[in-house]
Design a protein around this ligand. Structure first.
Ligand code: UDX
Ligand code: ADP
Length: 458
């Protein structure tokens, strides 16, 4: 079959692969290839056991793989063969040198830019999809313009807003698609090319175009605003616990104001995931770089409240369990940073489990999808932790349940059965406010929610 266009993603991670799967599904006349230097990841994308768990993704991969969707480890060859290249490599927080712990580490991204330059024999559109600091496109343009051939490149910014766990529906029905370009003739033509791809399934009013810097910055700002809401509600949850107000009632009352809106107001143990912390710290770094320390401090407080919320949670566990966890068995229910994903990057469960271990607790971790990642995150504590997939077996013989992830599964467990199998007094620390707390109290548990009065007999 002759394809109309050939599209490539460099990077087969949580961003690159699902977004290309959706393009392949919606644009059968385009050939879509995903490459990665990680050969085992590519092999997994070519197998029945995909490397990421994302509801609904398997079915679309099955439908498109081998038809117009291909996964390959041959990065150079694919760069040569494709016209439109999405750059979806990871941009973690820098761990060394200037900006360590704050700035984005652009080494993978820059290697990719150079690789594109070295392997291009025809002009191409290069699209930033990874979240990047504002003005990265300029650096990319400069690298791509440093060649001496007549090959030209147009750089676009098309940040991805999908969330894990809901990637398929977010990609299929996005709130918006944002495309930033240079406002030159060739920049606008490249922009139109990308608009054409998304127009296969996204309505025109949802495709927003802008200048390239606005697009780059909007992604950081969107994540910062979302994280800020979580920190705002978590900060108020601390006040609720001191005053007998109920955070769910407050969130409902506040969120029904249409100017505020009801989403992203769930108090809990704090946000995790690969984006929020990294992007805010990146924003903070940029503000310092541009001489705006007050703005930097404002956004940094969002991360500080997130850390504070976790400290508060663990302090509450310790205090409620008579100030000692030594030798006590604690069941960590959920390790993923949110429900419906096996991803544990920046999961609050990592930090909280480490704190439990530091108190010499015996930890049992259960999660329907994230145990492999959990064991990797806690590799240095191997031997001190048991990993048990079945939540009933995990909880048996424990003194406390510590709920870290909002898996639906944990809403509907048979808590009466679990209670019977636990050491008394039995505790639930509901870090996501997902169980029927009153019912669990009536069963016999001492229940410690977030932002609500504790239900305890002690
Ligand atoms: C986020 C953005 O939502 C997405 O647009 C962007 O493309 C990538 O980053 P993601 O990290 O996958 O997506 O998950 P998200 O649903 O935003 O949740 C992030 C964290 O916030 C999770 O740990 C979640 O549990 C927490 N959260 C979210 C809350 O604690 N309360 C809420 O009300 C909402
Ligand atoms: P994200 O959540 O942003 O998608 P991931 O870490 O899941 O981040 O995925 C990024 C992917 O990019 C990884 O699989 C990594 O191996 C890949 N990658 C990094 N550098 C390169 C490169 N130069 N060429 C191809 N793939 C790369």
């Amino acid at each position: 079959m002759k394809f109309k266009k050939k599209i490539l993603s460099i990077g087969a991670g949580y961003v690159g692969a699902p977004s290309m799967v959706m393009i392949a599904s919606k644009c059968p006349d385009y050939k879509v290839t995903v490459v990665d230097i990680n050969v085992s990841r590519i092999n997994a994308w070519n197998s029945d056991q995909l490397p990421v768990y994302e509801p609904g993704l398997d079915a679309i991969v099955k439908k498109t793989r081998g038809r117009n969707l291909f996964f390959s480890a041959d990065v150079e060859k694919q760069i040569q063969e494709n016209d439109i290249i999405f750059v979806c490599v990871n941009t973690p927080t820098k761990t060394f040198g200037a900006g360590a712990g704050m700035a984005a580490d652009l080494q993978y991204w820059e290697k990719t830019a150079r690789q594109i330059l070295e392997n291009s024999q025809s002009s191409k559109i290069v699209i930033e999809k990874s979240t990047l600091p504002i003005k990265t496109a300029q650096a990319m343009e400069r690298i791509l313009a440093s060649g001496n051939g007549d090959v030209t490149f147009d750089v676009l910014s098309n940040p991805e807003f999908m969330a894990e766990g809901t990637a398929v529906s977010d990609l299929e029905n996005p709130d918006r698609v944002l495309i930033g370009s240079r406002e030159t003739q060739s920049g606008l033509a490249a922009r139109a090319e990308l608009v054409k791809i998304y127009s296969h399934w996204v309505s025109p009013e949802k495709i927003i175009t802008s200048n390239i810097w606005s697009a780059e910055l909007s992604k950081l700002v969107a994540n910062a605003f979302l994280a800020q809401r979580v920190s705002s509600i978590n900060a108020i949850s601390a006040l609720c616990e001191k005053t007998d107000a109920d955070i769910s009632e407050v969130a409902r009352a506040v969120g029904t104001d249409s100017r505020i809106g009801s989403k992203f107001l769930k108090a809990g143990i704090g946000f995790g995931g690969s984006c929020f912390k990294k992007d805010i710290l990146n924003l903070v770094y940029l503000c310092h770089f541009y001489g705006l320390p007050e703005v930097a401090a404002y956004w940094e407080s969002v991360v500080k409240i997130n850390e504070y919320q976790q400290e508060r949670f663990i302090a509450n566990v310790l205090q409620s369990m008579f100030n000692t966890l030594a030798g006590k068995k604690i069941c960590v229910l959920g390790f993923a940073f949110k429900a419906d994903t096996g991803d544990t990057r920046e999961s609050p469960a990592i930090n909280i489990t480490r704190k439990l271990l530091a108190e010499h607790a015996e930890v049992v971790i259960t999660d329907p999808k994230a145990l492999t990642n959990a064991a990797m995150d806690l590799a240095q504590d191997a031997g001190k932790i048991r990993y048990v997939e079945d939540p009933y077996q995990a909880a048996a013989g424990c003194h406390a349940l510590v709920i870290m992830t909002d898996w639906d599964l944990y809403r509907n467990l048979d808590y009466r059965k679990i209670y019977k199998s636990m050491v008394k007094p039995a505790f639930i620390f509901d870090g996501r406010n997902i169980v029927d707390q009153r019912k669990c109290f009536e069963i016999g548990f001492n229940v410690f929610p977030i932002g609500k009065p504790a239900l305890s007999r002690l």
